[in-house]
Design a protein around this ligand. Structure first.
Ligand code: FE
Length: 370
């Protein structure tokens, strides 16, 4: 982890009302359960060479840019101590409220449903539907990285429990018995949720982290990750896979060429120190956006040029930038074929792909854009 990331993360955590709230990489510090329940958010850990184990910390950001670093057990207990007994029982002891009794069952207002314990956005009114079961139901998560899953074999049944990915609080279960678009029914306890109506003030703990996230696919991720990591104001860069199926693919699967994933670099940036536009400039310096489904010797759609935006701001910036770039004739008559799509889930690549250039001293198809 870079020193910059440490400071930024501590600032973010402090803003969340968690002074001196640092999450150690060791299992002892955070609950083993919580670590196991960690969902798809990628780790932003980058220990410097002289860090010792005790000072190594692991911060995680979700696809939509929220800090989803699992809270320590101590912090969860502190937050949970403010709950009323019924809410405590549901969220901390995996209780279930009686059907047709929860306060949010019939809520039809537009807004976001957050974790009642830590404030992480979990579900959106856009995805709420009446399942007839007596519990609030959603067909998808606010962000897949915000809701963790684990097998629940209690009461003689085999179910999938869902929990807040940040604080581990029990939410309910997810079932595969609903129709399109996801074939999933997230069955919630109202007690596990707070509701923030559209237009109402959003508390600090329910906002995206100060750091922002951007995703770039420009061929082999080794060199892209290496040079993005060197960018001034870049807090971290991680190699991974996006925009395909199945979930959590292996390198071997992606290399098969038929999963639809693109080798992608997740870039965590400090927007006060580097703009998204500057990252776009670097990205288009580092690769040839006119090559379709390849970069140099690497051939296949996993090496395609792509930008996966996380919000409307990024979408507008990308479209404007590509339009300007095309008008410069920098690439002659060759057309820019970079795909621009909303970001889907980021799946971190295997450990041996991370920091590959740094670890091996090898070269890649990209050069230093800074
Ligand atoms: Fe939570």
């Amino acid at each position: 982890m870079t020193r910059e990331l440490t400071y930024t993360a501590v600032a973010v955590l402090s803003a969340l009302g968690a002074a001196a709230w640092r999450v150690s990489i060791t299992q002892d510090e955070s609950s083993g359960d919580t670590a196991e329940k960690r969902s798809t958010a990628s780790s932003q850990s980058r220990p410097s060479k002289d860090d010792n184990k005790e000072s190594m910390m692991r911060f995680q950001y979700s696809t939509s840019g929220y800090d989803v670093t699992p809270l320590s057990r101590q912090r969860v207990e502190e937050l949970a101590s403010r709950l009323d007994p019924d809410t405590y029982n549901v969220t901390q002891r995996a209780g279930t409220e009686a059907p047709f009794c929860g306060g949010l069952l019939d809520n039809k207002k537009e807004g976001v449903y957050t974790c009642v314990v830590c404030g992480l956005p979990l579900f959106s009114s856009d995805h709420k539907f009446n399942s007839g079961t007596g519990w609030p139901s959603f067909h998808t998560e606010f962000d897949r990285d915000h809701v963790a899953r684990r097998t629940d074999e209690s009461h003689g049944m085999m179910r999938t429990e869902i929990n807040c990915a940040r604080c581990g609080s029990h939410l309910g279960h997810v079932f595969n018995d609903e129709p399109k678009p996801t074939w999933e029914r997230h069955c919630l306890n109202s007690a596990s949720l707070s509701f923030i109506e559209k237009g109402a003030p959003v508390p600090e703990e329910s906002r995206p982290a100060a750091a922002q996230t951007a995703y770039f696919a420009g061929g082999c991720f080794w060199g892209m990750e290496h040079y993005f990591q060197l960018g001034p104001g870049v807090l971290d860069a991680v190699s991974g896979y996006m925009q395909g199926n199945p979930k959590s693919p292996s390198y071997k699967q992606v290399c098969g060429g038929d999963t639809g994933h693109a080798e992608t670099v997740k870039v965590v940036l400090d927007p006060k120190r580097i703009s998204y536009r500057r990252l776009l400039e670097a990205f288009f310096e580092m690769h040839d956006p006119t090559q379709l489904n390849r970069q140099g010797p690497d051939i296949g759609d996993q090496y395609r040029s792509g930008i996966w935006y996380v919000d409307e701001y990024q979408k507008r910036e990308v479209e404007k930038f590509i339009e300007e770039l095309a008008s410069t004739k920098r690439f002659g008559s060759r057309k820019i074929v970079t795909q621009v799509e909303p970001a889907e889930t980021f799946w971190p690549a295997e450990d041996y792909h991370q920091d590959y250039i740094e670890k091996t001293g090898g070269a890649c198809h990209v050069s230093d854009p800074w």
